[in-house]
Each structure stands twice: as C-alpha cells, then as structure tokens.
Design a protein around this ligand. Structure first.
Ligand code: NI
Length: 389
C-alpha cells in the first residue's frame, strides 16, 4: 500500500498509542487521561496546543507561512459497553470500551500531526481537532458553540471514521448526505383515570396511545416520497401501574432518522398532527416534544473531490469506493459541517475478528490501517495547501 514512508516509520508508535487508549477508555466529557495523552504527544512534536474547548477538547495548530487553513478532526470518546475481548490491550475500565474505533482515529491524527510538524510540506495552517463526546452527547456541537471556528478559522474541515466490512485500507467517499440525522420525540397523552371495570367513566390514554403507535407507522410508508429515506421507531411505551386501574397518562417515546432537514420537518409535523388528532378524537389532551439531537452529516461537493483525490493517492483509485450507500447511523461531525464545507469519509477496517461491527463488545480497531489513515490526512493537507500554490 503506497503509504507515506516517514509515516510508516511511526506505525509502532501509533499502535502503542492506540492500544494504550484502548486499554483506558473514557466516555463523554470525561476523556481527561486521553486529553492529557493527546496534548503531551502534540507538545512533544512541537505543535502549539490549545486545551479546554468542550472541557476535554484539544486543538493542535501547525503553521507554515501565510496561506489558507484546514481543520482535521478525530473523536476521542469510548462507549458504555463491557468489553468481551481478552487480549492484552483490552479495557481496564469496567463497563467502558473503545467499540467504535475512536482510539484508532485519535492515534491516526496524532501520527499525521507528528509528520506534518516535522516535514511542513504545506503552506498555511493545519488545525488538528480532537473532540470529546461524539457518542450521544454532542461534543462536536459544544466545541462549535464554544467558538471552535472563531478561534481556529478554517476554510474546510474533514473527518474520517473506520468502517468494518469495507476492506482494510480502502476508502469510501460520498458527496451529499452520508449519515442520518438523530432526532427524538415524546408524546404525552393525558386522559382521565378510573376503575378498570368502569371504562365509561374514563378517557383511556392507553387506547389512545395504541392508536397513535399504529398511525405513526403510516408516516414513512404513506406520507413520504418513496425515494426519500426516513426511519420512525417508537422505542418506549409507559403507562399504568396495576391490573385494575385505567391510568391518567400514557407516554410514548422514540427516534427519527432522515437525511434531509425538509424530511425531518415533514416527520415532525406528521407526528404532531397524528398525536393531536387522535387525542382530540378520543377526548384526551396531548403534549408533544420533538428534539433535534444531531443533524444529518452532509458532505460538500468540492471538498469531497479533494478527499477522494487524497484517498486515491494513498490507496489507489481502485480502492476508493464512490457513493457508498449512506448509513442511518448519525455523527456529530455534522455540527462542524454545518459551519464549514468539508467531507467525512470512511476508512475500511476490514472484516474484523469474528466479523464484529461498530458498537459490538468484540470489536477492535485494526492497527494495520493506522498508517493508511495517517497518510490520508498528511496527503490531504499537502494537496489542499500546496507549497507551490
Ligand atoms: Ni464512532
């Protein structure tokens, strides 16, 4: 694989950092040890270090003369999953593990930073962004809200995630939506409780809620353009405490995934319409809450071309897949892409031991791809910020 030779020489170091991080996983906004390790590494490479954005966030700045600026982002957090692996670098923190490969993402960006600080074969500024709390808690959003791009202005921002199932060292790039939005909703149906043997004295919120669950199944199947994508799943039903009482209240909760903000608007409106309409039909009252957690991850066209060119230079044209099927999973790099143009690409992690996918207790990042990912970062910088440009 035509990786950068100097980066290949860091393979053992990147593997050591990666395994150390894997053995010491830390979850959302508690990445203190991880943040210290990243900052210490960057300082040892002679990189200017800024700490404290979103608490444990770290930004390293590498300058070489006047020129545009680029942002490269890695995530640092682990998940609340008890690790099933028993190898030497398995998690030492009970109930937590790096099951999404953010340990590998951090090690690859550190490797790239070391190379870029040493060689400086670019003109301009590179900000390497290490973010906390990618999983669930929106550390990327918090960094943006705390002024990430005001303090570190960039013309483009880039992200990379390992992808089990894609052959090791291959890349997949896609302009437009690549990951879905992540929204949650709650519907509270308030009726009138009574003795269960005297339903005529009640407005039964359970019956209303059941009608709503059924009718919600028509939102995607009957009201959406079949060529658009969305998921609406009711994931929680809460009502009642005993056998012989009709309760006052029933609560439904669930999640919505989509790729287009207009589809999110449409699904939100449909949830409100159905919930309120059915409550009114049955004489119950209705309260709905719809919360947009992560927006869809939408790559800009020009920056995706740049990402594809850098990936092809490292892996070869035939190892870069164009327009892979997007994922209904979500990613808080989307908050950075809302602020600046950029591209988020997938790096093949291979089949993995036992075929474990992301968020599986048997998952492990594939150390063989560390120099491939680091070479992609370095090549992207050298191509986007050319020295003779
Ligand atoms: Ni992840």
């Amino acid at each position: 694989m035509p990786i950068i030779n100097r980066i290949a020489e860091f393979h053992a170091d990147m593997t050591a950092w990666r395994r150390d991080l894997h053995a010491h996983p830390e979850t959302a906004f508690e990445e203190h040890r991880t943040s210290d390790l990243v900052a210490e590494c960057l300082e040892s490479f002679g990189v200017e270090v800024h700490r404290g954005l979103a608490g444990t966030g770290v930004v390293g700045t590498i300058r070489n003369g006047e020129g545009p600026a680029i942002g490269l982002r890695a995530d640092m957090d682990a998940l609340h999953i008890p690790e099933a692996n028993t190898f030497g670098h398995a998690s030492k923190h009970e109930g937590k593990m790096h099951a999404c490969g953010h340990d590998g993402h951090t090690a690859m960006l550190l490797g790239a930073a070391r190379y870029l600080a040493e060689t400086k074969r670019f003109k301009g500024t590179v900000h390497v962004i290490f973010q906390p709390a990618e999983e669930n808690e929106g550390g990327g959003r918090v960094m943006v809200e705390e002024g990430l791009f005001k303090t570190f202005p960039v013309q483009g921002v880039y992200g990379m995630h390992n992808w089990p199932g894609l052959p090791a060292g291959h890349f997949a790039v896609r302009s437009g939506p690549i990951m879905a939005s992540y929204d949650v909703f709650e519907i509270t149906v308030t009726g009138r409780g009574s003795h269960a043997a005297m339903p005529h004295q009640a407005v039964d919120p359970i019956v209303v809620a059941a009608d709503i669950v059924g009718a919600l199944q028509t939102v995607v199947s009957r009201s959406m353009d079949p060529l658009e994508s969305a998921v609406l799943s009711v994931t929680q039903v809460h009502a009642g405490d005993t056998w012989n009482v009709i309760p006052d209240v029933a609560v439904l909760r669930g999640t919505v995934r989509a790729f287009q903000p207009a589809v999110q608007d449409q699904v939100e409106a449909a949830i409100n319409r159905i919930a309120r309409g059915l409550c009114q039909t049955h004489g119950a009252t209705c309260a709905t809450r719809y919360e947009r957690r992560y927006p869809p991850t939408i790559n800009s066209a020009a920056e995706t071309e740049l990402a594809a060119r850098a990936a092809a230079a490292v892996a070869g044209m035939d190892r870069v897949e164009h327009r892979p099927t997007p994922s209904m999973g979500s990613e808080d790099f989307s908050f950075m892409l809302r602020e600046r143009p950029g591209s988020y690409i997938w790096l093949g992690n291979g089949p993995g031991q036992g075929g474990c996918m992301l968020h599986n207790p048997g998952y492990d990042f594939n150390d063989e791809v560390l120099p491939v990912g680091a070479s992609y970062w370095a090549t992207l910088v050298e191509q986007v910020l050319p020295q003779d440009g």
